[in-house]
Write a protein that binds this ligand. Structure first.
Ligand SMILES: Cc1cc2nc3c(=O)[nH]c(=O)nc-3n(C[C@H](O)[C@H](O)[C@H](O)COP(=O)(O)OP(=O)(O)OC[C@H]3O[C@@H](n4cnc5c(N)ncnc54)[C@H](O)[C@@H]3O)c2cc1C
Length: 470
């Protein structure tokens, strides 16, 4: 049941533009609609907006922004488009990839210049994973909370009517599939009916809806140790409303996983130490993957191991890379980092067979010295061997966010299978189809927030334009 309702109701209040979901996409859409002169109501189910946006590191990939150029980085929409298509082995929706690569840099410039969002280039970022140049725009703290807070502040300054604790559980539409309003349910059980001329859906993806995950991403949804690590409010409602209004869905099996979520702490293990030579073993003390091939697909690799867990094994040199990061300090405080003077004692501490762990580490040493090829194809040529005191972090694989959703055109209008737009429905962020193609390994780092701010900007501007012309 998606909550689509065809009955005629009298609305308590009406707005030209209603946006559902106050993550990065919804806030950006609301800002764009305000900039275009529309009265905007932004409805958020949580009392305090958090969304996956606050859980993220706040990085947005974009090509050709002014701050990227000022940092001396040569990039443009054509190159970004080529990277998207290469990363997804040609499976990304090419029209959408064009729209996003053409507009992402503009979205960053607009947010910086018109709304004082403190983006800067993260020049130390090393994990290109498919980006041929550095296009990582982030906020100074490298935390999504800061980005989210800056967008909320900007929305307040711009006069967006942000109402929190407002769960939209119904969308009303007429027989032409024109949306006429929504029902808002409050925590105390009361209801409000809000009419609208245009509706922007920014409720993110469906990671928190296990039934949808099982249907669309069976490799993940049916994993015995399935773990979702995005926002719990992302139940796919926006996608279901759009689908029931006649929208086409795209890239529904695509997702971003993460192969290094610590157990049982649910804190992200920073992957820089693995990229610099740490390895992951299973509870049998054996490596099972090229840890650096794909951080997203690594989630499935770990979930396929006994008990669905593994241990990242690292030494003092690799530890120094992450030592001062807040999440690593939290893990130390919680006792999540196990430390021992040698492999034998570490194996006893983490309860893996000592001989197997010693054999694994001896093989890794040979690989770093070029005396043996990695059976999983990992290139150890630039890694120094692990030495001295050893540490271990228990990890599992998790779903961060889904990448499939409502198909949209270059104005972020939700479209049908034949490409025609629905009368007055727009979508952005995780509610819309993304640029990740199919499956688990098409995700370009920071594409999630790129989709949020780029489609959010387009959706808000288009909705305001349509409302003004009505
Ligand atoms: C741990 C983690 C790290 C990540 N790091 C990055 C990164 O650095 N860079 C990057 O690009 N991406 C990253 N991502 C992905 C990124 O966070 C998402 O792609 C992005 O936040 C999506 O934005 P959104 O606005 O679509 O969704 P959200 O931020 O999730 O916002 C959706 C909002 O809609 C609300 N909502 C849902 N249903 C309703 C309803 N029916 N009524 C009212 N409100 C509703 C929710 O409560 C929520 O606040 C990360 C994700 C995770 C989980």
């Amino acid at each position: 049941m998606s909550g689509l309702d065809r009955s005629a109701v009298a609305f308590d209040v009406e707005f030209p533009v209603v946006v559902v979901g106050a993550g990065a996409a919804g806030l950006t859409a609301a800002l764009a609609a305000r900039d275009a002169g529309a009265e905007v109501l932004l409805l958020e189910r949580d009392e305090t907006p958090r969304g996956s946006t606050s859980m993220s590191q706040g990085y947005v990939c974009a090509a050709g922004s002014k701050i990227q150029r000022a940092a001396g980085i040569e990039d443009d929409a054509e190159r970004f488009y080529a990277d998207i298509m290469a990363r997804t082995r040609g499976t990304a929706n090419p029209d959408l990839a064009r729209t996003v690569s053409d507009n992402a840099g503009r979205a960053i410039d607009w947010l910086v210049e018109n709304h004082k969002i403190p983006f800067e280039m993260n020049l130390t970022w090393g994990g290109f994973f498919g980006h041929s140049v550095n296009r990582m725009h982030g906020v100074p703290s490298k935390r999504g909370e800061e980005l989210h807070g800056a967008l909320i502040r900007a929305a307040e300054e711009a006069g967006v009517n942000l109402v929190t604790g407002a769960h939209v559980d119904k969308v009303f539409a007429d027989e032409t599939n024109t949306v006429v309003g929504v029902r808002v349910r409050r925590a105390d059980g009361s209801e409000e009916l809000v009419g609208c001329q245009t509706l922007v859906l920014t409720t993110c993806g469906f990671g928190a809806n296990l039934e949808m995950v099982k249907t669309y991403i069976p490799s993940f949804g049916q994993a015995a140790n399935y773990r979702y690590f995005g926002h719990e409010g992302n139940e796919g409602e926006g996608i279901e409303w759009g689908r029931d209004l006649g929208a086409a869905l795209g890239s529904m099996d695509a997702f971003q996983g993460y192969g290094a979520l610590t157990e049982p702490y649910g804190i992200i293990a920073n992957y820089d130490m693995v990229m610099n030579g740490a390895v992951t073993v299973n509870i049998e003390g054996k490596r099972f993957s090229n840890e650096n091939a794909d951080i997203s697909a690594q989630a499935l690799n770990i979930l396929a191991q006994p008990e669905g867990t593994g241990w990242i094994i690292f030494d003092d040199a690799r530890r120094a890379i992450v030592e001062n990061l807040p999440e690593f300090r939290d893990l130390v405080t919680l006792g999540g980092v196990r430390t021992a003077p040698d492999a034998d004692q570490l194996a006893a501490l983490i309860r893996v067979p000592p001989d197997a762990l010693k054999d694994t580490l001896a093989e890794v040493e040979k690989m770093t010295r070029g005396e043996m090829a990695c059976p999983f194809g990992r290139d150890f040529s630039k890694s120094a061997p692990l030495s001295g005191t050893l540490h271990a972090l228990k990890t599992t694989g998790a779903l961060f966010h889904t990448q499939g959703g409502l198909k949209v055109n270059s104005k972020a209008q939700v479209i049908r299978a034949d490409g025609t737009p629905l009368p007055n429905l727009f979508a952005g962020g995780g509610t819309a189809e993304s640029i990740s193609g199919t499956g688990c390994n098409g995700y370009l780092p920071a594409a999630g927030l790129c989709m949020a701010v780029t489609l959010g900007m387009l959706a808000g501007a288009s909705a305001a334009e349509l409302a003004a012309s009505a």
